[in-house]
Design a protein around this ligand. Structure first.
Ligand code: CTP
Length: 435
């Protein structure tokens, strides 16, 4: 029996894929199809994949062409698979010509002509092409725009900043306006990165104009406003998503899954610290942020995602410098657990995340909020485990992919539940109220 193997992502399975599978099968008697796992795709730079691994595997199975479907999860797996399954022929499309010649050492390598005129990339663009406008704090918008170029389902087409010339180069690449209404009239969705006190108005205007929104957290500065926004978005089937980048980073979401599967036993405490000193430019331009405004949402994210939002009480310690808190520490008490967040824009500390449990703990080194790495540590050091997942662009490109897929699948709170957005707004409101 001649065994053939082929690999692919197979996003939105199309006739180019089917023709390839049929010809691959015809090379032998038994066809194994390797479907790339989402994380493996990300490390290969395919961050635009829209369908889940499950959907992609089912689509291959439904063709009835494959005799066996496997998942490709790591670099070097092809060699393992070829040996393990006793494969005679490895084949892929001619777009990969030469790339897999190294496998000749293990089996025959055949490149089949690629079908012209169809690709997953084109289908994705047709399906979920999103015109996005940016509004708010200029320096960050440049970074955001540069990252958006890696995501072909999203096209950043417009920019709204208060003064012409702040982002000279970008203004020539897209339409520029000082009018938020004009921006909204020419896009499908907006990205908001403004001072938190402006978020509610910017969000509400966008939703009323029937636009989807990706907004830096908090969505609003109080619980009622946040609730109004989320309810309005839900009723109108619009996506309103927190742009807390950490939530969209693979290492972080893997860590949450490991915790849920009980790897460190019962979680007893979560300690998260984020600090960054206000830069001289920020001080000069009077664009100062309080610590809790700047870092509160990010640090509260793991607390609420791991321990839930039903804390019993909280105590706040804060150091103020003028209007702003330069450092704030909040302790949350739960029935059988505790959490501490420490944030600073005028104080520097080690930006680590530690989750302690009854069997061990998770250690995420600084800067944990954009991490590619964490460790599970136990009493017996020999059992410690390290996990690496590549991060590109601080998670911005992943959150853009998440936005596009939330819009096409109407899944607004896949990454950050509404309850968490609300609780973050509530904590900020109570903090302000106490000052
Ligand atoms: N393939 C093909 N003809 C096409 C598209 C893909 O023969 N028109 C083949 C590829 O060469 C590969 C397999 O199908 O062997 C899986 O390809 P995949 O990368 O999943 O699909 P693409 O459509 O090329 O995806 P993308 O646009 O994301 O690169």
């Amino acid at each position: 029996m001649v065994k053939v193997i082929t690999y692919g992502t197979y996003d939105f399975l199309h006739y180019g894929h089917i023709r390839l599978l049929e010809r691959a099968k015809a090379l032998g008697d038994y066809l194994i199809v390797g479907v790339t796992a989402d994380d493996f795709d990300k490390t290969r730079g395919k961050i635009n994949v829209q369908q889940s691994l499950e959907e992609r595997v089912s689509a291959i199975q439904e063709t009835g062409i494959a005799d066996k479907v496997i998942i490709e999860e790591y670099e070097g797996q092809k060699i393992d698979d070829i040996r393990r399954f006793g494969v005679d022929i490895f084949t892929v499309g001619s777009d990969w010509a030469g790339y897999f010649d190294y496998l000749n050492e293990f089996c025959k390598v055949v490149y089949l002509p690629r079908t012209e005129g169809v690709s997953s990339s084109e289908i994705r663009v047709e399906k979920s092409f999103l015109r996005l406008g940016m509004v708010g704090y200029a320096p960050f918008l440049r970074k955001f725009y540069n990252e958006s170029k890696f995501v072909n389902a999203v096209d950043v087409v417009g920019l709204c900043v208060p003064e012409e010339g702040i982002l000279n180069d970008l203004e020539s690449e897209m339409f520029y306006t000082t009018s938020y209404e004009e921006l909204l009239s020419r896009v499908d969705a907006v990205y908001i990165h403004a001072h938190p006190s402006k978020h509610f108005d910017l969000n509400m205007k966008a939703l009323e104009a029937r636009k989807h929104v990706l907004c830096e957290s908090p969505l609003a500065m109080n619980l009622e406003d946040c609730n109004t926004l989320l309810r309005y978005a839900k009723e109108n089937r619009l996506i309103l998503m927190d742009a807390t980048r950490t939530a969209y980073i693979t290492a972080y979401s893997r860590m949450l899954l490991l915790l849920k599967s009980g790897k460190i036993g019962k979680v007893v405490s979560v300690d998260a610290t984020c600090t960054s000193l206000n830069s001289p430019e920020k001080v000069e331009s009077n664009r100062l942020w309080g610590s809790l405004e700047a870092w509160g949402p990010t640090t509260m994210l793991p607390v609420f995602q791991i321990l839930g939002t039903e804390y019993k009480s909280k105590t706040i310690f804060s150091i103020k410098e003028g209007e702003y808190d330069s450092f704030t520490k909040i302790d949350f008490t739960y029935p059988n657990a505790t959490a501490t967040i420490k944030v600073g824009t005028g104080v520097k500390s080690e930006g680590e995340l530690i989750v302690s449990g009854t069997k061990g703990y998770i250690y995420v080194p600084a800067p944990w909020w954009k991490t590619d790495y964490f460790e599970i540590r136990y009493e017996n050091l020999a059992n410690n485990k390290r996990y690496f997942y590549q991060v590109d662009g601080e998670g911005i490109r992943y959150e853009l992919v998440a936005l596009a897929s939330a819009i096409s699948n109407n899944t607004p709170d896949y990454y950050i539940s509404r309850n968490i957005s609300l609780t973050i707004a509530k904590v900020l409101e109570e903090y302000k109220g106490n000052q």
